[in-house]
Design a protein around this ligand. Structure first.
Ligand SMILES: [Zn+2]
Length: 146
């Protein structure tokens, strides 16, 4: 089982402090690290590897959920810009990263995680506790408008 399937199992057992909201297709969760304040993800509840493997209905549903999640993150953190990426090279289970970007990041014009890729930050320094994740989740949840 991959990391995302495991996290979905944790959520089902009521033990995932990163949980923000359950949508029809996906779970909206706070990211493990907060180098970008408000970094969060949409995890497809079903294990599917590629976007094109979804039905059109599932794909459009997922996009709407991403749209709602992104608006809630923006409203909560008021970043300079929102970035969204769907990669899945390390965990081959559809998920979207939601990266709020800020101008105090010197690489804000670049791809997300440039600071990390260049070895200029350690993500460990930005990992948050379960309690911090719960607090961020509660703040974002208040700004969800369906
Ligand atoms: Zn999976």
């Amino acid at each position: 089982m991959d990391g995302i399937c495991k996290r979905i199992e944790l959520w089902k057992s009521g033990d995932n402090p990163h949980y923000i909201y359950e949508f029809e297709q996906s779970l909206f969760v706070v990211g493990d690290h907060q180098f970008y304040k408000g970094y969060s993800l949409i995890l497809l509840k079903r294990h599917v590897r590629e976007l094109h493997d979804l039905s059109e209905k599932e794909y459009l549903g997922l996009q709407k959920e991403l749209f709602i999640a992104g608006k809630a993150v923006f409203k909560t953190f008021n970043p300079w810009k929102m970035n969204y990426t769907c990669l899945g090279n390390q965990d081959e289970h559809i998920h979207w990263h939601i990266f709020p970007r800020y101008t105090d990041d010197k690489y804000h014009k670049n791809f997300p995680m440039t600071d990390y890729i260049r070895g200029e930050i350690q993500l460990d320094d930005y990992f948050i506790s379960g309690q911090e994740a719960k607090n961020i989740a509660a703040r974002i949840r208040k700004n969800i408008s369906l």
